[in-house]
Design a protein around this ligand. Structure first.
Ligand SMILES: Nc1ncnc2c1ncn2[C@@H]1O[C@H](COP(=O)(O)OP(=O)(O)OP(=O)(O)O)[C@@H](O)[C@H]1O
Length: 218
């Protein structure tokens, strides 16, 4: 509270809660992010963010200066970024100098390519595993091999089809839902077999996709 001069200046609001301007030891500017009670993110996410930012240091990540963990009061203290956020700059809403359209375009394309590269990397890794037929290496060991391998294969192939470079070659959302339902059918019949049950059992894994699936969504 002292650092933010009783929450005087709001810098912005994110998924965690409101971010306030603060002064560390009355001199160094900081951003103080307080967890709001209504936030969907809670103690688990707070801890994950602290643990990650204490380990990972990167030029594109703000440094964590400290944190507050007092009962219900959770706060993260970051180095202060005086030049606004990327969204403000890209949308031309930053109060200072406005970026040229060319610069904005370069940044946007670069960010999209980073995202695509990451997706391709994962797809290549899974692709290699699929070629080798070695699914055990990508299944959560906590499952202790308690799964139907046909169901896993189908889910993997489906996942691979969802990350194809061309959106036209990716399945529609209704195809995804249908394939996932097939995965569940395999899994449920395996479980029924294990339990020696013929009819639909109350232990059956179920999936409620609601009624709002847009067949055109990709
Ligand atoms: N270190 C900082 N320096 C200056 N301003 C900041 C800083 N961190 C956050 N802000 C301001 O607060 C806003 C919300 O930040 P926050 O990191 O909470 O957003 P988010 O990434 O959308 O949410 P979250 O990561 O909590 O899910 C930012 O858009 C920015 O205006």
């Amino acid at each position: 509270m002292a650092m933010t001069n009783k929450l005087q200046r709001v810098l912005g609001k994110g998924g965690f809660g409101v971010v306030y301007h603060g002064l560390l030891n009355g001199a160094e500017q900081v951003a103080v992010k307080l967890l709001s009670q209504s936030s969907a993110q809670g103690y688990k996410e707070f801890k994950a963010e602290v643990e990650l930012l204490l380990r990972v240091h990167h030029i594109n990540l703000v440094n964590l200066v400290g944190y507050c963990d007092e009962g219900e009061h959770l706060g993260l203290i970051y180095e202060y970024m005086p030049n606004g956020d990327l969204k403000q700059h890209l949308s031309g809403k930053w109060g200072g100098s406005v970026m040229s359209w060319k610069t904005r375009l370069i940044i946007t394309v670069d960010a999209a390519q980073d995202h695509a590269r990451e997706k391709t990397h994962i797809a290549e890794w899974v692709g290699l595993i699929l070629q080798k037929g070695d699914i055990k290496n990508i299944i959560d060991p906590n499952l202790q091999q308690d799964y139907d391998s046909d169901s896993i294969w189908k889910a993997l192939e489906l996942a691979m089809s969802c990350v194809r470079a061309s959106s036209a070659r990716r399945p529609s959302m209704s195809q995804v839902v249908n394939d996932l339902k097939d995965c569940l059918t395999y899994e449920n019949s395996r479980r029924r077999g294990n339990l020696g049950i013929d009819a639909k059992s109350s232990n059956e894994v179920s999936m409620n996709f609601g009624t709002e699936v847009n067949p055109k969504a990709r």
